[in-house]
Design a protein around this ligand. Structure first.
Ligand SMILES: NC(=O)c1ccc[n+]([C@@H]2O[C@H](COP(=O)([O-])OP(=O)(O)OC[C@H]3O[C@@H](n4cnc5c(N)ncnc54)[C@H](O)[C@@H]3O)[C@@H](O)[C@H]2O)c1
Length: 378
């Protein structure tokens, strides 16, 4: 007989769907003591919230997240709303004794994130932040290879996250779907939205970041605002590039933009160590490229590892070797890990405290760009 974990989901947009899918699928593919129950979804528009509840089989809906947080029949609050709402909802949920699963970035800035960590730790509630790329099997395999020491001493970490969807100057900012262009809702542009993913993965794979030197650019300076109807200043960073030093002595180079024509979501990283290098590309997410200098010179070259065998991370729970999985499975994995950790008492990574490290790097990046100088993290 499984134990129930009653979920209250806030926000029924893009992430509301990926998480709901994760809750519905996890127990079908992983052996878990806990089973998520889709108790309630919350959205401000009653018709939309009800339609989402019907479609995804939530038992009920709310139009005010405060009511959801107060409900006795909810164990965990899942925050899938724009960045400026994360702290308020997470803090209220933690104070009400609920577990909190929060979308990334943790918060609008470090100060807000610190408060979230403090309240959650004082309340003793379990937390996690959905930095889901850690749970792409090929990325998890990269972590395993690095931890086994196969790369040796790391010299370089390089990451890109490139998109092209905001090049049109007529695209408005603010409101549904376009809140990412509005600094009041998003906090920052590509730094908090895209580089936060790259930074979380980098810290996980290669350790802490000590200092950064960044530049940002806002290519389109003014856009019509959907909520006010007026043409307003654009305050997000459209593009950001930064250099950094990792604590292990390696050098980092990160770039993100929404102005790279031809790229929709090109998240790539490459790590160069003394013995070996690895490369990964979100557009080919089930493959890990691996080069090992210790190979026989006659066959030395980049290996294209198709991460589908049963002994590879997560893959034993899916189909048969050779058959791959995709983006949505990363959320299934995060749900499965969260439920397994609930069973064993382990911390699900990243928790709020770990995700705060990424927030500190994001803040240092934005400060460095504003001040045009090297900036210590934290
Ligand atoms: N992990 C990832 O890869 C990933 C990908 C995309 C987005 N995100 C993050 O997920 C969060 C949501 O992004 P999205 O793409 O799903 O956005 P979205 O615009 O698709 O959905 C946001 C939802 O929040 C709702 N909402 C806004 N304010 C609300 C409030 N006060 N109360 C209740 N509902 C409210 C909106 O109505 C909408 O349903 C953001 O923090 C974003 O950074 C993470």
């Amino acid at each position: 007989m499984s134990k129930s974990l009653n979920i209250g989901l806030v926000g029924y947009g893009f992430m509301g769907r990926t998480h709901s899918n994760g809750y519905k699928r996890a127990n079908d593919f992983f052996d878990l003591e806990y089973r998520p129950v889709l108790k309630a979804v919350c959205g401000r528009n009653a018709d939309n919230a009800k339609a989402f509840a019907d479609k995804w089989q939530y038992e009920s809906f709310e139009t005010d997240w405060k009511k959801l947080v107060e409900r006795d029949d909810i164990d965990a609050i899942d925050i899938c709303t724009p960045n400026n709402t994360h702290a308020e909802i997470a803090i209220a949920a933690a104070k009400a004794g609920k577990m909190v699963l929060c979308e990334k970035p943790l918060s609008m800035n470090t100060a807000e994130g610190e408060e979230m960590v403090k309240v959650a730790e004082e309340a003793g509630v379990k937390t996690t932040v959905w930095y889901n790329y850690r749970r792409v099997p090929a990325v998890t395999l990269a972590k395993q290879l690095i931890d086994e020491g196969r790369l040796g001493k790391i010299f370089h970490y390089r990451a890109n996250f490139l998109q092209d969807w905001t090049i049109n100057a007529d695209l408005p900012q603010g409101g549904a779907a376009l809140w990412r262009l509005d600094a009041a809702a998003a906090g920052s542009g590509v730094t908090g939205d895209l580089l936060a993913h790259c930074i979380d993965t980098a810290i996980w794979l290669n350790g802490g970041i000590k200092d950064v030197n960044a530049m940002t650019e806002t290519f389109i300076k003014e856009r019509q605002h959907n909520l006010t109807g007026k043409v307003e200043k654009v305050s997000i960073d459209d593009a950001c590039a930064f250099l950094c030093h990792f604590s292990n002595g390696s050098l980092g180079l990160f770039e993100s933009t929404r102005y790279a024509r031809g790229h929709k979501a090109l998240y790539t990283f490459e790590i160069n160590g003394e013995h070996a290098s690895i490369k990964w590309d979100l557009h080919d997410l089930h493959r890990l490229e691996y080069f090992d200098h210790r190979d026989d010179s006659l066959i030395r070259g980049w290996h294209d590892v198709h991460v589908t065998d049963g002994d590879m991370p997560y893959m034993g729970n899916w189909w048969v070797p050779g058959l791959q999985i995709g983006y949505e499975h990363t959320f299934v994995h995060q749900v499965a890990d969260f439920l397994k950790d609930l069973e064993t008492g382990a911390v699900t990574q990243p928790d709020f405290r770990t995700a705060l490290e990424t927030q500190k790097v994001c803040d240092a990046v934005l400060n460095s760009a504003a001040n045009r100088q090297w900036t210590e993290v934290g």
